[in-house]
Design a protein around this ligand. Sequence first.
Ligand code: NJP
Length: 264
Amino acid sequence: MRTDWKNLTVVITGASRGIGQYAAFEVAKRGGTPVLLARSGEKLQAVSEAIKKETGITPFTFKLDVTNEQEVERVFNEISDEAGPVDALINNAGFGIFESVEEGSLDNFRAMFDVNLYGAVACTKAVLPQMRKRRSGHIIFIASLAGKLATPKSSGYSATKHALLGFANSLRMELDHSGIHVSVVNPGPVRTDFFHTADSTGEYRKNVEKFMLDPEKVALRLVNLIEKPKREVNLPFWMGLGAKLYQLFPGLTEAVAGSQFKKK
Ligand code: NJP
């Protein structure tokens, strides 16, 4: 269990808003140094200033589109030079578009894979050599319960998160006895701007409003992992249980609870 947050450098992708922003606040509140990454430089600056005002910690900020491989390499080199070695990487940047297979465009599928899977792979590859050398580190993926239980109109998004879970599970085994932890957080719906893109009609948001998680609480559970590494956190607990039931009895679960999966 880790409690020495001083001098701990935590890189967070997608830190300009939503879960990533709250995770950055939480890291700084505990005394760690967050490194904020996202495409929107102005928003990163605003988050950084708010963190400094509230916690006294000055975060590092770098503009980064995780889909640009060269940019990922360059930015992670800069992080290493300016902030020092990365102790933890939170692969959080991601987005979804809810549409049926027939209506959805292949371009949207590719764009989701580029950010949600390949972006996380690129950032992970950028921190691994140094973590290996130091025999220490933690890589956390924000996947989704959609990566365990796919529902209608999220085939593309679910596929990216299933892939991300597969990637993380393989990586964990490759890193056995390396001193590097691999964790995954699988949330259900979280009250963030995610839905502005994912759910253009607002239908899904309306249908799941009462189940929506608070991003601040998700961030808290996420940052707790750095203190006490775990393989996986499913939020809320009962939805994680539902996903487990589905994996054990997919046909039966669809037959009994199928209408509950049609909220989009
Ligand atoms: O979403 P949102 P959340 N390169 O839209 C960044 C997963 N999740 O916090 O680049 C770099 O508020 C974007 O920044 P910017 C979800 O799949 C969510 O809810 O400036 N960064 C922003 O900071 C995702 O993996 C729910 O536009 C890129 C951030 O990503 C994670 O949680 C449920 C980028 C997105 O912030 C955070 O999502 C679930 C790029 N190319 C899983 N593209 C949920 N909200 O219900 C985007 O199961 N970003």
